[in-house]
Design a protein around this ligand. Sequence first.
Ligand code: DX5
Ligand code: ZN
Length: 224
Amino acid sequence: MSRRAQISPSILSADFARLSDELARIDGAADWAHVDVMDNHFVPNLTLGLPVVEAILKSSSIPVDCHLMIEDPDRWAPAYAEAGAGSVTFHVEAAAAPVRLARALRTEGARAGMALKPATPVEPYADLLPELDMLLLMTVEPGFGGQAFLDVVLPKIRRARQLIGDSGVWLQVDGGVSASTIEQCAEAGADVFVAGSAVYGAGDPSKAIAALRAQAAPLVEATR
Ligand code: DX5
Ligand code: ZN
């Protein structure tokens, strides 16, 4: 199955007071807009929730990639799919019934994503992969943008790529992804790259996206 590199800029590093302008700055360049939902319980930070995601969906045509860093995703995640997010990712550490939840997300018409924190092993979840459209491997401890990439996760990216094979499940990395780390991620087998500070911290976010894509694409295509 052919693979392509996708860039999903995290709006966590954007200006929250001007979200629709900030989305317009990545329109046409980004594959997705990555929206980080944090509840101050699963992670020690509080960002935004369903009403803001609904406003984003109305104000922009960029597909929304929701990353839910929340407790009890079994209860809260399906509403994000129902609202129209193209992809909804929950954390396996927080989910009571990940298979049931993934199926509920697909039933609502979203791609189902499952995220693992840096210290959560991937092997126990190998049998769940057919229930998923995307596996997200966090390359920082979730909670904040602008943290340093944890290269201790690279071997897990490689093992996840082996488990996924050519089944078509996307492999996303999130945290500290930048011009200096994206190639290692792509070589290890990732194909969807979240970047917050590397995109919104740049003078021209669209140019930064194009540059990241140019670095990753040849490596993603070479490892397919
Ligand atoms: C962190 C979030 C990330 C964050 C990435 O918990 O999930 O999406 O915004 O930001 P950077 O790319 O700056 O590490
Ligand atoms: Zn994220």
